[in-house]
Ligand binder design. Structure first.
Ligand code: SF4
Length: 231
């Protein structure tokens, strides 16, 4: 009879988004907490250990400063977790985090549709003492037909139309040797390509939502009411 051990079956995919337990009671919040069958905290101790090694070996300062910034984002911490108050906007948190990391040169990859906001954002960070390098999505003026789009697949069918060019946005910021890149309103998918090609770490100041004033969560908050037709 064979003694070969059959490998343990892979657990069902993680589904933390629908964890059934109150957040304060969960295994990911306390070592004696509760967890469903497919809990990744319970199923993957080796990945948790691997993650810790990666932080310690490659990202120790970055991870520490990000967590310090997180804590400093609250006021009244001495009153306990139930009574802390949010204290900082994201735009200032990015400035403070960059300062903590000793970053001096920030990249700003922005959408043409948010060019006014980009001007304000660049001015804000310059006022905080950073050198700014900003690149618009249409950089290069490459027509969409260069990547194979047909005339009827453009915003205005049949007209010349510069493509969003997130790869070149990244290459320009890479050439400038930015320390940290800030994304401002890049399109779905274009943001993915920028992130894939940027050499520096990146953070997002705002995402694009053309309908909701760049606040996609407005649709989420209304999914059971006015936006139910989306489901
Ligand atoms: S890590 Fe486990 S306990 Fe935490 S939310 Fe996910 S499933 Fe729930």
């Amino acid at each position: 009879m064979s003694t070969k051990k059959t490998p343990d079956p892979e657990p069902a995919p993680a589904d933390c988004a629908r964890c059934p337990f109150p957040v304060a009671d969960r295994l990911c919040r306390r070592p004696d907490g509760r967890a469903p069958e497919n809990c990744p905290t319970r199923a993957f101790p080796e990945l948790v250990a691997e993650g810790l090694t990666i932080y310690r070996d490659r990202h120790l300062e970055f991870a520490c400063q990000a967590s310090i910034q997180e804590a400093e984002g609250y006021a009244d911490r001495e009153l306990g977790y139930e009574r802390v108050r949010p204290a900082k906007t994201r735009i200032e948190e990015i400035a403070e985090f960059a300062d903590k990391m000793g970053f001096t040169r920030l990249g700003l990859a922005f959408c043409v549709g948010l060019r006014r906001e980009a001007r304000a954002v660049a001015g804000f960070y310059e006022g905080r003492g950073f050198a700014m390098v900003s690149v618009i999505c249409k950089v290069g003026c490459v027509d969409k037909e260069e990547i194979g789009l047909q005339g009827d697949q453009k915003i205005v069918p049949g007209q010349p139309e510069a493509m969003c060019n997130p790869v070149v946005q990244a290459l320009v910021l890479n050439r400038a040797q930015t320390d940290l890149n800030i994304l401002l309103g890049l399109c779905v998918g274009h943001d993915s390509l920028f992130l894939a090609h940027a050499a520096a770490p990146c953070t997002v100041l705002a995402v694009k939502d053309r309908v909701l004033g760049h606040n996609p969560l407005a649709a989420v908050y209304n999914l059971d009411s006015y936006y139910r037709s989306l489901k």
